[in-house]
Design a protein around this ligand. Structure first.
Ligand SMILES: [Zn+2]
Length: 104
């Protein structure tokens, strides 16, 4: 798979929650739990929610991870992601250009 295919295909996402172990418990934790959303890689979605929860716990050092939803991006979500990415790249390119332009 080339880079463009990787970028433009609809990616899999996961919404999950995990135990807040902050001391004191942070104000934004709901019922003592944090929530997060991230992308899955390398076909993780096919390994089942338990495997996904384990990998999230290991990767982010979370405790008590519970997977809420696993879903594949809609075309709209994918387009929004790509748009944001292109904007970031454009900003970065402008930053470099400004940097090279000197102080005046
Ligand atoms: Zn917390």
């Amino acid at each position: 798979m080339n880079r463009n295919e990787l970028l433009t295909k609809n990616r899999w996402k996961v919404r999950y929650s995990y135990t807040c172990i902050c001391d004191p418990t942070c104000w934004y934790a709901k019922n003592g739990r944090h929530t997060g959303t991230t992308y899955l890689n390398n076909g993780e979605q096919e390994q089942g929610t338990e495997a996904v929860a384990e990998s999230l716990a290991r990767f982010h050092r979370h405790e008590g991870v519970e997977v809420e939803t696993v879903w594949q991006e809609s075309d709209e979500e994918r387009d929004a992601r790509l748009k944001a990415q292109r904007r970031d790249e454009a900003d970065a390119a402008r930053g470099i250009w400004w940097g090279m332009g000197g102080a005046n």
